[in-house]
Ligand binder design. Structure first.
Ligand code: TMP
Length: 396
């Protein structure tokens, strides 16, 4: 049974940044009600009103993994580790975006799968075999018939975007060699609850996985987690190392059991934990709005930093518009000069002097706090402040 525990209100599509022309023409934005539920049997957390994939992942998809050094470093470290530990003959990445991960591998050893043609064309141009497709059984069969089984499948921040998870794991099972390894990483529900980072929920994140729910799902497909790593990307994620249940060569690391215990100790299997989270989210909204309203009463100027997809959940849930924030700074070419969905806040191109005359910055990209604080040493030194809502709204 799916029990609803959170309602983040009417939300526009998180990655649908608007052009000036869209605003002038009063383009009608696509809205949906962002409600979140907990499946008491499978322990899977999902958004309840999903948006068709084709509306979200198209030829204008703005996200570029390469915009963050943190992501690039994480991909590089993982790639080195994959070569050293598994030495695969053929790797497939599902959701290859702009090639930030696969560029660490030999072109002959990699297959990319990416439905957004604008980013898929980047890896094609780089010379990587790229299928511009959604991941499904039809594609798995096509690749298997044309090429062969794959030894290693990697997918970061993609599988949680696909509604039919049974089809996802069925098709992965079909193409993965018997001794193959599947590595997936996605935001961690435990971290999301600990950090009260409710902005992990938006239309693209259909699911926020836990080890509990992943284990349940994989069992149906004769797959199992044999290792798990906590990673810091995307605000706290889990990297799951998965094998076929029939493969006895890979032993199950004891940290799988340890992590499961952490999740159970936190109460991720109990509905009461989800209600507690909902109450924390309400408190978080109130506190953030109090901070903004106090600063605005003192006529302070506040801007946003990092026009992330997730910050749109916060802006639209807390009804933050241009009375509060003047604009957002961002480095992503496809976002610059556009307007945030729903709030219509302007996205200005970041440069080194962007923060020179600013005193308060709301961290949209709170997940890159370390990287941003390093970049903004001068701003911090002269007394510039950051505002974050994670884990508790405060001025830093
Ligand atoms: P993400 O959280 O979905 O990865 O998005 C991060 C966004 O933040 C992306 O639009 C790029 C932006 N960003 C900056 O503008 N400056 C930075 O220093 C970093 C790290 C990210």
């Amino acid at each position: 049974m799916i029990k609803k525990f959170l309602d983040l209100g009417q939300q526009p599509l998180a990655n649908k940044y608007l052009t000036k022309k869209d605003l002038v023409k009063k383009k009608v934005e696509y809205y949906y009600n962002l409600e979140i539920g907990f499946n008491t049997s499978s322990k899977l957390v999902s958004i309840l009103n999903t948006v068709p994939s084709r509306k979200m992942f198209d030829k204008e998809y703005p996200y570029r993994a390469s915009m963050s050094q943190t992501m690039l470093n994480s991909f590089k470290d993982l790639s080195m580790n994959i070569i050293k530990t598994f030495n695969p003959n053929l790797i497939m990445e599902i959701g290859s975006n702009d090639g930030s991960f696969i560029k660490n591998f030999n072109k002959k050893k990699v297959i990319c799968v990416e439905p957004c043609s604008n980013v898929a064309k980047i890896t094609q141009k780089m010379g990587y075999k790229t299928f511009i497709n959604f991941w499904n059984m039809k594609l798995a069969k096509k690749i298997k018939s044309k090429i062969k089984n794959v030894d290693l499948i990697y997918s970061a921040n993609t599988l949680s975007h696909i509604k039919d998870l049974n089809s996802v794991f069925n098709s992965i099972s079909h193409i993965l060699s018997d001794n193959g390894v599947l590595i997936i990483e996605d935001p961690s529900l435990l971290e999301c609850f600990k950090k009260i980072s409710y902005d992990q929920f938006y239309n693209e994140h259909i699911y926020i996985f836990s080890l509990l729910s992943i284990k349940y799902l994989l069992k149906k497909h004769n797959l199992e987690v044999f290792n798990i790593k906590k990673i810091t990307t995307h605000g706290g994620s889990l990297r799951y190392y998965i094998k076929k249940a029939s493969n006895n060569k890979l032993k199950i690391n004891k940290n799988v059991k340890t992590h499961l215990e952490h999740e159970l100790n936190f109460g991720l299997d109990k509905y009461s934990t989800y209600i507690k989270f909902k109450n924390n989210v309400e408190k978080s909204r109130k506190k953030l709005m109090d901070i903004f309203s106090k600063l605005k009463k003192k006529n302070k100027t506040i801007i946003g930093y990092g026009a992330t997809a997730k910050v749109n959940t916060v802006l639209n849930f807390c009804k933050i518009k241009n009375e509060t924030l003047d604009y957002f700074l961002d480095t992503t070419p496809n976002k610059i000069g556009k307007f945030m969905p729903g709030s219509h806040l302007y996205i200005q191109k970041y440069n080194k002097s962007s923060t020179n005359k600013i005193n308060y910055i709301f961290l949209g990209a709170w997940n890159f706090k370390k990287e941003i604080f390093k970049k903004e040493k001068k701003y911090i030194k002269r007394g510039g402040k950051f505002i974050t809502h994670v884990p508790i709204p405060k001025i830093i």
